[in-house]
Design a protein around this ligand. Structure first.
Ligand code: F6P
Length: 370
């Protein structure tokens, strides 16, 4: 008998997605039972569209894929089984629940299990599908590293590496021109990328969503630095950073079925706030944006992703459904998906040693304590 698994990648892309797919497919083909692995194109939308788009993932197709960024089966953060956008004849969009249709189609195709590789939003979908009686295994993915239950998600180390290399380059130009540089990185709710980059790059200021900032304190830090003869200053700020009023900077989503506000621009907001505080030095802003998600994964992420792929297959084989593969205490294991999506993995300013160490080397977080 041939067993069939459907694999989907959901949410924003992330270096290492292809390595997970490769790990899973290779492990399945080495198994003593017969398996067919199908990729669902553009997350679950592939099986929800009027014309189904799924593709069999052969060993040849995944060969060498661990090095390749992105996802060969495409991804999206719009739509999905419970909020599928359908264009109406008048051009407007209606959101449909196509979860029953998805279940019927999986039965017709003889697919017995789903592996859903995705972040918080995707794993909430996994949970809902599991509650409908579908056999789901989740794999955590996000460059933001904001999923709880796993010490790291793949893609994070690559994003940090890219951000650190960019930061290093800004440091030399800041130094040459005696400028203040603000580098905006990703991090919707969690400041992990900014925090790791600040430590790796030796930033003077690090602004994260978990610590509301006061521009006056940052202005003071800049002035003290210049007075002390260090004629430049480098700041890293997460896109989800906010002041005490809790307002984030971004624009409303434009695409149908996309629930997320598009964050971006807080670096520029901070620049204006610093000018308003009387900072007279030349302040420049660089937004790294999607550069952090593109390209080849670093070795760490390839290794983590490959382990996740192998483990996801093994959970399916052992019928351990409703679980999310995780990396904890230097081991690969699993937890109920429900547990993993309960609360996000955020920086805990009073508990995380990273914050303590950052303050220990003089990094200012723009709060009263810094
Ligand atoms: O969730 C990861 C993330 O990188 C966030 O930090 C960011 O806000 C979001 O994706 C942006 O995604 P997109 O531009 O694809 O909508």
């Amino acid at each position: 008998m041939t067993h069939k698994i459907l694999v989907a990648t959901g949410g924003g892309d992330c270096p290492g997605l292809n390595a997970v797919i490769r790990g899973l497919v290779k492990r399945a083909h080495l198994d003593d039972e017969d398996w067919k692995i199908y990729g669902c194109i553009e997350s679950f939308n592939g099986i929800l569209k009027d014309d189904i788009e799924i593709v069999e993932l052969t060993e040849e197709m995944v060969s060498g894929l661990h090095v390749k960024g992105g996802t060969i089966i495409k991804t999206t953060n719009k739509g999905g089984p419970f909020h599928f956008p359908v264009r109406q004849p008048d051009g407007s969009w209606v959101i449909e629940d196509r979860s029953r249709l998805m279940k019927e189609r999986l039965e017709q195709l003889g697919i017995e299990a789903i592996v859903n590789i995705g972040g918080d939003g995707s794993q909430r979908i996994s949970l809902q599908l599991a509650e409908m009686g579908l056999n789901v295994v989740g794999v955590p993915k996000t460059i933001d590293n904001d999923l709880s239950s796993t010490d790291f998600t793949f893609g994070f180390q690559t994003a940090v590496q890219i951000a650190t290399e960019a930061f290093d380059k800004l440091v030399t130009t800041a130094e040459s021109h005696n400028r203040v540089f603000i580098m905006e990185v990703m991090g919707r709710d969690a400041g992990w990328i900014a925090l790791h980059t600040a430590l790796a790059g030796g930033a003077e200021v690090c602004i994260i969503p978990e610590i509301p900032y006061d521009p006056r304190i940052i202005a003071q830090k800049i002035e003290t630095r210049y007075k002390n003869g260090m004629g430049f200053c480098n700041i890293v700020i997460a896109e989800g950073a906010k002041k005490a009023d809790g307002k984030v900077t971004g624009s409303a989503p434009t695409a149908a079925g996309d629930p997320h506000i598009k964050l971006g621009g807080v670096g520029d907001v901070l620049r204006h706030e610093l000018l308003d505080c009387g900072v007279e030095h030349d302040i420049r802003v660089t937004v790294l944006g999607h550069l952090q998600r593109g390209g080849t994964p670093v070795a760490y992420d390839r290794i983590l992703a490959t382990q996740f792929g192998v483990k996801a297959f093994e959970l399916v084989k052992e019928h351990l459904y409703g679980n999310l593969v995780v990396y904890r205490n230097n081991d690969i294991s699993y937890v109920p998906i429900e547990e993993a999506v309960r609360s996000p993995h955020l920086v805990q300013p009073d508990k995380d040693f990273l914050v303590h160490a950052a303050k220990g080397v003089g990094i200012c977080f723009g709060d009263e304590e810094s």
